[in-house]
Design a protein around this ligand. Structure first.
Ligand code: GTP
Ligand code: MG
Length: 615
């Protein structure tokens, strides 16, 4: 067992990884070598994906174009973006349409002419006929993208409810997000709702007030938005831009106008703050892995050193070996508890999520009933239907986001079983779209409009007036008048009107009852369908976590077995070789410790200032 370690103070993280990797090779630990390969790949990855999200027509595509200084994403007053489009660096302009299938690894890639993107990524494309999800990948030779930045233009939220879900599913995989809201008005309720979800799913969200050229008072809008963010306790930077002015400034080579457009400032923020933060986090995660691998290696070295330190052949050797075995068993028991934590945690999670879903949807139901009590549902049933669809979608996606956060928390709790200081990697969890669950919900039943035809109105009135004429006619006939006389006809008219009004009230009540029943049925069905989907989803999350942590448990088991083996080997050595071996191992141990320390120093780099104000 020799090592190629040397002590140098100016060693970079890559070099530490390289050295540690060679130690894992010399120790014959392929699983640890594999982990170091992953760390190398992580450090080599400088790509940073930023998704641009926001409501419909806020200028998302125009902003992406302004940032890359090229008319790549289709911008239009009417025709909307329908397919997420990732724009990244390439030495030649190119575009590919990618269809992915959820249950399969395969995807279909079709090259297209980048100038024809409009035909493929907007509403003009129509349905693809594929069941999978579609996105486009565009490559451009632009300096702004050269160091790995990828901008993803997305369909606007708000036109189709399903879009909320598609955009939400993009967020957990993205490194950062830009949430756009134009300067024509302050952040709206739905925008705040979406922003809250975005912040929960994506670690670096930047708010952008777009189209400031349209609004003289844009600073007031920015101020108001900052207040909304503070009131909602959302701590994200907020910038203001105008893609239009940026474009104009570019064409006229007007630097002052370019400054006013502020798109360059946003670009600088993305590259210098957001990108740096992403890379720093990658470094932190690499350091965590390095420390974990060091721990595994040191465990084996320490076990052998202890065994070597024992007096040869005596009872001390046996005791040392037993100690190492004890330690091994203790650690195995500790890590065995993770399975229990995972299954208990997952069961608790399922019931909490179901409770949360029921709670949210029932609240929507109660609000709908209140609305129905205040109106004639027959007249505004379509409006109630759209309100209900929007509210159910919001409630379900809030529930999905919450479930996602809870699952991530569960992964962290399980991870604590694997290391003394709770440092173990947690897997990335995907957020499933809500559309599957929402699609399964049947529509809202129709409630009659309550409008009567002229014939029906006459019939209702006649029923009342006939009774009136008869009653008064009989009374007046006692006074010697004819059955149908002016008095009895007048009474008939009054009673006819009364009957009509009473009947209308009864029919309104009936419609309200029908409407409330329809709402209750829809809410119950939503709870059932979404609950089913939610249980399936938790099953998937549990499988991902179990596979991930089983692999970590395997590594730990291997290190423990190695420790016992190394201790045995150590005790079996003749006395004269023992001290030589002990010197070698101590040096190796010291060197690994030094690598650990140096690696740890990389996580203490001061964070870059992220506060940016638009003024
Ligand atoms: N005045 C002005 N108009 C802008 C600006 N940015 C975008 N627009 C206009 O706003 C409209 C919508 O712009 P898009 O970039 O297509 O908006 P979007 O958010 O991508 O829209 P969807 O993808 O359909 O949701 C277009 O008519 C643009 O010309 C801007 O900075 N200033
Ligand atoms: Mg667009």
């Amino acid at each position: 067992m020799t090592s190629s370690l040397s002590t140098s103070t100016s060693v970079g993280l890559d070099e530490i990884v390289e050295r540690l990797r060679s130690v894992t090779v010399s120790h014959g630990r392929p699983e640890l070598t594999g982990r170091m390969d992953d760390v190398q790949a992580l450090l080599a990855d400088t790509s940073v994906q930023v998704v641009v999200v926001g409501q419909f027509k806020q200028g998302k595509s125009a902003l992406v174009n302004a940032l890359v200084d090229a008319p790549v994403c289709p911008v239009d007053d009417v025709v909307a973006t329908a397919v997420p489009t990732a724009v990244s660096w390439g030495d030649q302009p190119s575009a590919v349409l990618v269809t992915e299938f959820a249950q399969e690894e395969t995807s279909i890639r079709t090259s297209i002419d980048p100038r024809q993107l409009r035909r493929h990524v907007t509403e003009l494309a129509g349905e693809t006929g594929f069941a999978g999800s579609l996105h486009a990948e565009v490559r451009l030779p632009r300096a702004f993208l050269a160091d790995g930045l990828t901008l993803v233009d997305t369909p606007g939220v708000g036109r189709a409810q399903a879009q909320v879900s598609t955009n939400l599913t993009l967020l957990p995989h993205a490194d950062a997000a830009i949430m756009l809201s134009d300067a024509t008005q302050e952040l709206t309720q739905p925008e705040m709702g979406f922003l809250r979800q975005a912040v929960a799913l994506c670690p670096r969200v930047t708010c952008v007030v777009s189209k400031i050229d349209l609004q003289h008072q844009w600073r007031a809008i920015v101020e108001a938005n900052l207040e909304h963010l503070a009131a909602a306790d959302i701590d994200v930077p907020l910038l203001a831009t105008s893609a239009l002015l940026h474009d104009l400034a570019g064409r006229e080579h007007d630097d002052a106008l370019a400054d006013e457009a502020r798109v360059t400032a946003l670009g600088t923020h993305l590259r210098e703050v957001v990108r740096e933060d992403v890379l720093a986090e990658r470094r932190r995660s690499a350091v965590d892995d390095i420390l974990a691998v060091c721990e595994h290696l040191m465990m084996v070295l320490q076990a052998e050193l202890r065994a070597l330190g024992a007096t040869s052949g005596g009872a001390e050797v046996v005791r040392e070996l037993e100690d190492v075995r004890d330690l091994a068993n203790q650690l195995t028991r500790r890590s065995a508890r993770w399975q229990q934590t995972l299954s208990d945690g997952a069961a608790e999670l399922v019931s909490d999520i179901e409770f949360d879903l029921r709670d949210r949807l029932r609240a929507v139901g109660r609000e709908a009933e209140k609305l129905i009590d205040d109106c004639d549902p027959g007249e505004v049933w379509d409006d109630i239907g759209s309100w209900l669809a929007e509210s159910v979608t919001q409630a379900v996606s809030d529930n999905f986001v919450w479930a996602h956060q809870r699952s991530e928390h569960l992964a962290e709790v399980v991870a604590r079983h694997f290391s003394l200081d709770g440092r173990a990697a947690v897997p990335e969890l995907a957020l499933d779209g809500t559309e599957q669950a929402l699609r399964a919900i049947g529509g809202l039943e129709v409630v009659r409009s309550g409008r009567l035809s002229l014939g029906q109105k006459v019939m209702v009135g006649m029923k009342g007036s006939y009774g009136g004429i008869l009653m008064f006619g009989l009374m007046t006939s006692l006074a010697g008048m004819a059955l149908v006389n002016p008095l009895s006809v007048a009474a008939g008219l009054v009673m006819g009107g009364f009957a009509y009004r009473q009947d209308a009230q009864q029919r309104l009540e009936q419609r309200r009852n029908e409407a409330k029943h329809a709402v209750r049925r829809l809410i119950d069905e939503s709870i059932f369908q979404v609950g089913k989907e939610s249980r399936d989803r938790m099953g998937r999350v549990k499988r991902v976590l179990r596979d991930h942590f089983s692999a970590i448990a395997e590594d730990l088991k291997r290190s423990l077995a190695e420790s016992v083996r190394a201790a045995k080997d150590g005790t079996a050595l003749p006395t004269d070789e023992r001290s030589r071996r002990a010197i070698l191992l101590s040096r190796e141990l010291r060197e690994i410790r030094q690598l650990c320390e140096r690696a740890s120093a990389f996580t203490t780099t001061p964070p870059t200032g992220r506060e940016l104000t638009p003024a």
